[in-house]
Unconditional design. Structure first.
Length: 85
């Protein structure tokens, strides 16, 4: 049963990876990369590695996504400031 769940999550991670690479919008790429980290943490949990799963969920999925979105927001605001000057 775990093999099927892990396989589905793995295929979904590969799909999200292609989405992150080929998406036209940066926000879509950042969210897809966060989804990869979230599914990786679920796989780690199913493989009985809860410490690695918690670290991946906290750092790889949540913190990295938030930092990338924050940086992207700062870049957009900086570019808007240049257009108005």
């Amino acid at each position: 049963m775990y093999i099927i769940i892990i396989s589905v999550l793995g295929i979904t991670m590969i799909t999200a990876a292609f989405t992150a690479i080929y998406a036209r919008k940066l926000v879509t790429s950042i969210i897809a990369a966060g989804v990869i980290g979230l599914f990786a943490s679920i796989i780690y949990l199913l493989l009985a590695a809860p410490d690695v799963a918690m670290t991946e969920a906290a750092i790889g999925s949540a913190l990295t996504t938030v930092v990338f979105l924050y940086a992207l927001n700062k870049i957009y605001r900086f570019n808007e400031g240049e257009k108005n000057d």
